[in-house]
Design a protein around this ligand. Structure first.
Ligand code: HEC
Length: 147
């Protein structure tokens, strides 16, 4: 009897240890995200297309290297600072409604998404397997902070 119950409690301990390890792993993963591992919101192809669209429609005012000109810089700590507090949603909506400044809203929905992908890339956000869609971009509260 006593040997049986000690066996059972050893089993319980193993289970508890496993649960603990799982919880710890989950917590660490969450911390990694919060600590700034940026999410992958777009595909490499979108950023590449966005680069071409940018050169054609935006570089004249924002500079070929996004360094700024008539319009402000679109990369770096002066643009996407913690203080500016931009979210992906805000920048996406601003650029798709107000840009290019000389012909607001004149590009296609697809081109605006590609531009958003390019801006994310140029501010240090990684590409991934998920295509950036209008639904994701216009609902994204992910902070756009240069890294
Ligand atoms: C004719 C010049 C011009 C063109 C072309 C232009 N922009 Fe702009 N852009 C501006 C000016 C000027 C501002 C700043 C004024 C403002 O915020 O309304 C600005 C602001 C912005 C901002 C906000 C920056 C910030 O710090 O708030 C973004 C993002 C942006 N432009 C993206 C684009 C993209 C993407 C394109 C290409 C589709 C583009 N712009 C084309 C002149 C231009």
């Amino acid at each position: 009897m006593s040997s049986r119950s000690s066996k059972r409690s050893a089993g319980t301990r193993t289970l508890q240890a496993t649960a603990c390890a799982l919880l710890l792993t989950a917590l660490l993963a969450q911390r990694g995200e919060a600590a700034g591992a940026p999410p992958a919101l777009y595909t490499p192809a979108q950023a590449q297309q966005g680069h071409a669209v940018f050169e054609r429609h935006c570089a004249v005012c924002h500079g070929r290297h996004l360094e700024g000109g008539v319009g402000p810089a679109l990369t770096g700590g002066k643009f996407a600072s913690v203080k500016a507090g931009f979210t992906v949603q805000q920048i996406f909506e601003f650029l798709s409604v107000d840009m290019p400044a000389d012909a607001p809203g004149s590009l296609t929905a697809r081109q605006y998404l590609e531009l958003m992908a390019f801006l994310l890339q140029q501010n240090g956000y990684p590409a991934g397997k998920t295509t950036l869609t209008a639904r994701i971009a216009s609902g994204s509260t992910v902070a756009l902070v240069y890294r």
